[in-house]
Design a protein around this ligand. Structure first.
Ligand code: PEP
Ligand code: MN
Length: 361
């Protein structure tokens, strides 16, 4: 064979490759369109009968030189890749970065959470106990520049004999205290039927770790126009947390703040094990802001500063710090709550080490 002929055949082969590429991608576009129609109707994407029909037609039309088995094998590969394309699309959740590249910024009053804004500091006691207690905590925190006040009114306690929270009375005290000091407030709601009622009092609705997969609660949270602080379940994977957030987003509420609050492991030195790698992974996978609860994750006060620094260093958009005016007599989580001086010391340490930017005064 002459060198010229050889070169000519290679050129032709290159051209055919280009044609195959074009045709394959045209086929992929059709498959995508069919996939979208199927998802609208809830039809299963893999259709073995249709696949067999297509293969039979191709084999019947095959004039070689490829034998029928090779044609079957090659087309099965193409079908497989097409199915993969549809699966990819299915996985693109509303809360996924694939769906939205820009960070979601959740605005609560004047506080902007996420999107590279200064870290949000969420402070306040584990439980709302009395008006005096809330005044003491809020007056101190507001002077420190904290804008978002926390306090539990419905407490999911391990023992039924422990303090269960003040219920709606607690929400009222929290809300009035926050207003008095120019703050906004967040509290946990545990029952779907309380979500709407709580909107009257709360600026952010918290879904706690124990309720991360309470799907009826998630759906209800998705139907209101309030930001939701969604905490990671005690034994939930990162993927499960993301799907829980998707429940809320799928109902029309995309104002969601994710919270890493530690997970159950065999380690006993801390109350839970703070999964620090969850923060950058969540931020990579999702456009939602991520905060770290440094109190419930550790359950101890002596490592607050290094843990807070670690959380902010890996990209957390904020911190939750349980703070009480008299932790020793707190009705819940007495061991882990900072007193007011300890809270100020922690903030000063963070300010001095440059971790807070202009987050707080
Ligand atoms: C809380 O923040 O009050 C709380 C109970 O935390 P978690 O749901 O993370 O245990
Ligand atoms: Mn607590």
């Amino acid at each position: 064979m002459s060198k010229e002929r050889f070169e000519e055949l290679r050129r032709q082969l290159d051209a055919v490759n280009q044609d195959i590429l074009e045709v394959l991608n045209r086929r992929a576009e059709l498959v995508q369109e069919i996939g979208q129609l199927k998802s609208g109707k809830g039809t299963e994407r893999f259709d073995p009968i249709r696949e067999k029909e297509m293969l039979d037609k191709l084999v019947a039309a095959n004039e070689g030189p490829f034998p029928n088995d090779t044609i079957r094998h090659l087309f099965k590969q193409i079908f497989q890749a097409s199915l993969g394309l549809q699966e990819e699309e299915k996985k693109s959740l509303l809360i996924s970065r694939k769906n939205q590249a820009a960070d979601t910024v959740v605005q609560v009053g004047n506080l902007k959470i996420g999107g590279g804004n200064a870290p949000a500091i969420i402070g306040g006691p584990c439980s709302v106990e009395t008006v005096d207690q809330m005044n003491a905590v809020a007056s101190h925190l507001s002077q420190e520049g904290v804008l978002l006040l926390r306090g539990g009114a419905y407490k999911p306690r391990t023992s039924p004999y422990d303090f269960q929270g003040l219920g709606v009375e607690g929400l009222k005290i929290l809300s009035e205290t926050a207003k008095k000091y120019g703050m906004t407030c967040v509290s946990e709601i545990v029952r779907p039927e309380d979500v709407e009622m709580s909107c009257e009092y709360l600026d952010v609705i918290q879904i706690g770790a124990r309720n991360m997969q309470n799907f009826e609660l998630l759906k209800e949270a998705g139907s209101v126009k309030k930001p939701i602080l969604l905490k990671r379940g005690l034994s939930a994977t990162i993927e499960e947390l993301l799907y829980a957030a998707e429940y809320i987003a799928s109902r029309g509420n995309s104002q969601i703040i994710l919270c890493e609050r530690g997970i159950r492991t065999y380690e006993k030195a801390t109350r839970n094990t703070l999964d620090i790698s969850a923060v950058p992974i969540l931020k990579q996978e999702s456009h939602l802001p991520v905060v770290v609860d440094i109190s419930h994750s550790t359950g101890r006060k002596d490592i607050m500063f290094p843990i807070a620094k670690a959380a902010l260093a890996v990209g957390a958009d904020g911190l939750i710090i349980e703070t009480h005016n008299e932790p020793a007599v707190a009705l819940s989580d007495a061991k882990q709550q900072l007193d007011l001086n300890q809270f100020s010391t922690l903030l000063n340490q963070l300010r001095e080490s440059g971790y807070l930017k202009d987050a707080v005064k």
